[in-house]
Design a protein around this ligand. Structure first.
Ligand SMILES: [Zn+2]
Length: 213
């Protein structure tokens, strides 16, 4: 059995699924998409007893990334991801947060941008990186193939797909990425989206009205 465990912490007024993912052998973990509500995230970290190794970002949107700079500073860890193409969105976080009434939001510049084909390690675990743009240009998906789990951010939801009605959104690119990169992961792969319930590739292949069949 793979030594992996995940806990989801809903954060921000957008109920974004921040997740803690850790290696149960080393108790080293990552915080994925700390959009805000850092007290809730810190409590969850304390409850699990993990040592946070780094912060990962799927994409640059305020509800996913606005707490990353402060959490990285206080934990003394680095921020990795998303793709460099999302930097302009992360630069704009304070202005966007003010519009939505999200407090304590900070712009963030990751220590390392990530690209498809690279991997990130967490204790004894290795996550593969897929680039699935369209919701944002630098959007990443983190996959653990051994366990069959994908942290899909705002690409694919249960019965839906990510918004593309931003000036930089591209619906065709998003669907092409889901069809070309996520569906081939296999029906049994569990998907943890940025919002809403967990789903699987098989369920979305069958039921998702936004995907061609
Ligand atoms: Zn988003």
């Amino acid at each position: 059995m793979q030594p992996i465990q995940i806990a989801v912490v809903p954060v921000t007024p957008f109920e974004q699924n921040c997740s803690l993912l850790w290696c149960t052998r080393t108790m080293k973990g990552v915080v994925i998409d700390p959009g805000g509500d850092l007290d809730k995230i810190r409590s969850a970290i304390a409850e699990t007893g993990i040592t946070v190794d780094k912060i990962l970002l799927t994409h640059g949107h305020v509800d996913h990334a606005a707490g990353a700079a402060e959490l990285a500073e206080t934990l003394g860890v680095k921020v990795e991801g998303p793709g460099e193409a999302d930097q302009f969105i992360m630069d704009d976080i304070p202005a966007t947060a003010a519009r939505y009434g999200i407090p304590n939001a900070r712009a963030v510049t990751p220590d390392r941008y990530l690209s498809e084909g690279e991997t990130v390690s967490v204790g004894d675990l290795t996550l593969d990186i897929l680039h699935v743009p369209g919701h944002t240009p630098g959007h990443l998906v983190f996959v653990h193939k051994g366990v069959g789990i994908a942290i899909v951010g705002d690409t694919l939801f249960r019965g839906s797909v990510g918004r593309t009605d931003f000036p930089y959104g591209d619906p065709d690119l998003l669907i092409a990425g889901i069809v070309g990169k996520l569906l081939p992961l296999g029906d049994t792969v569990v998907c943890l989206p940025g919002h809403g319930p967990v789903t699987s590739i098989g369920d979305e292949k069958t039921h998702n009205p936004f995907l061609p069949r």
